[in-house]
Design a binder for this molecule. Structure first.
Ligand SMILES: O=C(CO)[C@H](O)[C@H](O)COP(=O)(O)O
Length: 234
């Protein structure tokens, strides 16, 4: 296996050790989560875990989980979830995150907010000292008037770019919305301020800032796993 994929699988395997029989899980989206869903499928098939059900955060994850025989629930059926597991594009020292390069940020945040605990799985390339330095901030917006957010982003110190596919078409989320990627020169100075300013705008559906949400971050590196927990948590 490619060494980078192996790191993602290592983080996913560690997260799987947090899962106990009967749990209702939030199943995130992305290449690291692919490994988690794969390992969960193996565990159910082998009988080392049972009674598990999951709420998928994207159609991709729904398809993979269904293929692997993982019983699926709608969000309202599963909530409150015992545990949400998901990847991240950036993790800062406070365990705040940027998510959404995979385009599933809205459902991901809804699922995390419906969960009693949230564990993040990533390789150590996602660690940053300040959010917005490694990845742009994804923002899901309704198609109507999306261009009007560009000057507002400029006022926040960011260059907003409509996400397009390789073929040049605007990318649509699973919810039929568009994605703006906000590039902050030097990173995001005050993520809470940016979150509040963006969320106050009609037409902005959700941002990829996941603030004060992660309870535990599992980072896989060449030298092993690094586990970070929110202060005050055992
Ligand atoms: O937020 C996400 C999708 O919306 C993903 O969790 C994030 O992009 C990380 O993905 P990967 O594990 O492929 O690096």
């Amino acid at each position: 296996m490619d060494p980078k994929e192996q790191l993602k699988r290592d983080a996913a395997r560690e997260a799987l050790s947090r899962v106990t029989p009967g749990m209702r899980l939030g199943l995130g989206t992305g290449s690291t989560m692919w490994h988690f869903v794969d390992l969960l499928g193996d565990a159910l098939a082998e009988g080392t875990l049972s009674g598990i059900s999951g709420v998928p955060t994207s159609e991709r994850t729904r398809d993979q989980a269904a293929e692997r025989g993982i019983p699926l629930l709608e969000l309202h059926e599963g909530a409150p979830l015992d545990l949400a597991v998901d990847g991240a594009d950036e993790v800062d020292p406070h365990l705040d995150l940027v998510k959404g390069l995979g385009g599933a940020l809205l459902r991901e945040k809804m699922v995390v907010q419906a969960a009693r605990a949230f564990v993040v799985v990533a390789d150590d390339s996602k660690e940053v000292s300040r959010l917005g330095t490694r990845a742009p901030l994804p923002i899901e917006v309704v198609p109507f008037g999306w261009e009007s957010h560009i000057p507002a982003l400029e006022a926040l110190g960011a260059r907003g770019v409509l996400r397009v596919s390789e073929a040049g078409d605007a990318v649509r989320t699973d919810n039929g919305n568009l994605l703006l990627d906000a590039h902050f020169e030097g990173g995001i100075e005050d993520p809470f301020e940016v979150e509040n300013r963006l969320r106050a705008r009609a037409g902005v559906v959700e941002t990829g800032l996941f603030l004060d949400l992660a309870d535990e971050v599992i980072l896989a590196s060449d030298s092993g796993l690094v586990i970070r927990r929110r202060e005050g948590e055992a």
